[in-house]
Design a protein around this ligand. Structure first.
Ligand code: GUN
Ligand code: ZN
Length: 436
């Protein structure tokens, strides 16, 4: 039996803390304690050194959280992160679509999937819902890379049979074949799950959307991911393409794409009926604040979604988003709410990037917390890096103040080590000592 004990300050959320309260009974914080891991699962905690039978790693003075769950991110878009000067539709045509055509090459897909998976781990993210490209080789490469690292990954080849360049489109029959093959090959294998991946309503014909709905009906347990109501010009275009639909979200509903395993990125330009529909179906909104700010898309009404009973999780949306860091994502989410006069606590943000995301994906028994029995997907953080953050950390008077400063000032440079199922998959290199 593998027995691992990691010492540090343990932090996770036991429940949704809601908006507002900086004092919350949902916060579980245990300073300076050993987290016990047996055969890749969390087995308990110990105030004292568990002794010789355990491999002990001393991260005393560091923060240990569940590995982050990024509910919406694009594998090939590390190639276009930080591209200047456009809103969504121009950004897709100018930067993103040309970059994604290269992933038809299996060697490009393989290298991209490995670079991307390692990058997630180097940002403390151990589980993700990911868009590859339209090419089945890209999703195969991503599943392979995730399996090699033991990561919890949800992905599937992108469906797009119109309004995209040659080299980046499929057709209904070919897409159905690829998805059916992909589900048989990957879904439920280890920690992998398949997602029927509709890029967005503009790039799929009604026939392809209908096929996607039929696939979901035939394969309960398979996920669905797409984009919705991100940008105003996009919303207007969808209304032209689907004049009979009540709304953008309704396009997906009509085609049988909304259920408790649906992950829809953005959800900025929604109305009350849409929010009620999300709540009724259990579909979640993956909120992507750095992307929404960078592409000038808009400010999400998180509180209204929550009031309607819809799940909201946090996501990087790289390359529309500007960082894979879920710390930066949480800090940007705070700013998006601040612009609307709403206060997002560190607890609420952390919940949306961990247990909340896990639960919305029906994976709360496996990821997103430090509960006994969960898989030991863990991130170990320095509370502060550099003189300014270190100074601020030392002055923090409450736990919320400290965690909020960590989330606001921190990023991947704070990450010391990442564990996936109790195996170290990332460790920060310390600068080598130089002689004389
Ligand atoms: N909508 C359709 N495709 C994309 C994409 O790649 N990124 C973002 N942010 N929105 C999209
Ligand atoms: Zn996206």
């Amino acid at each position: 039996m593998q027995r691992l004990a990691i010492r540090g300050d343990l932090l996770d959320l036991t429940d949704d803390p809601g908006f507002g309260a900086v004092e919350s009974s949902a916060v579980r914080f245990d300073a300076d304690i050993w987290l016990l891991v047996e055969d890749g699962r969390i087995a308990g905690r110990s105030r004292t050194d568990p002794g010789e039978g355990w491999t002990r790693i001393d991260h005393r003075g560091r923060l240990i959280t569940p590995g982050f769950v990024d509910t919406h991110v694009h594998m090939p878009q590390l190639d276009v992160i930080a591209s200047y000067g456009t809103e969504l539709l121009d950004w897709l045509n100018t930067y993103t679509f040309p970059a994604e055509t290269r992933y038809a090459d299996p060697a490009v897909s393989r290298a991209g999937a490995e670079r991307f998976s390692d990058a997630l781990l180097a940002h403390g993210t151990t589980a993700a819902v990911v868009f590859p490209t339209v090419h089945a080789v890209s999703s195969d490469a991503l599943f392979d890379a995730a399996a090699a690292r033991g990561m919890r990954m949800i992905t599937g080849k992108v469906l797009m049979d119109r309004h995209a360049p040659a080299g980046l489109t499929d057709d209904v029959a070919g897409a159905e074949r690829d998805c059916t093959d992909g589900i048989a090959r990957w879904h439920g294998r280890g920690r992998l799950a398949y997602a029927v991946t509709v890029r967005f309503a503009a790039t799929s014909t009604p026939a392809q959307l209908a096929m996607a709905g039929e696939l979901l009906a035939a394969h309960p347990g398979v996920y669905m991911q797409t984009h919705v109501a991100e940008n105003r010009a996009e919303v207007a275009w969808i209304a032209e393409l689907f004049p009979d639909a009540r709304s953008y979200l309704d396009v997906y509903h009509r085609h049988g794409l909304l259920n408790g395993r649906a992950v829809l990125a953005h959800g900025i330009w929604l109305d009350d009926a849409d929010r009620a529909r999300l709540a009724a179906t259990g579909a979640q909104i993956a909120h992507c604040p750095t992307s929404n700010l960078f592409l000038g898309s808009g400010l999400i009404g998180w509180r209204a979604l929550e009031a309607a009973g819809a799940a909201v999780t946090l996501a990087s949306d790289v390359g529309g988003g500007t960082s894979l860091s879920m710390l930066r994502t949480m800090a940007a989410a705070y700013q998006v709410q601040a612009l609307q006069g709403v206060r997002l606590t560190a607890w609420k943000a952390l919940h949306a990037a961990t247990r909340g995301a896990a639960q919305a994906l029906h994976l709360g028994h496996e990821i997103g917390s430090l509960d006994v029995g969960c898989t030991a997907d863990l991130a170990v953080w320095d509370w502060a890096v550099g003189p300014v953050a270190t100074h601020r950390d030392a002055l923090a008077r409450t736990l919320h103040e400290r965690v909020f400063a960590w989330m606001t000032l921190g990023d991947e440079r704070n990450l010391a080590q990442t564990f996936v199922a109790g195996t170290s998959r990332f460790e920060r290199r310390t600068p080598e000592c130089r002689d004389g």
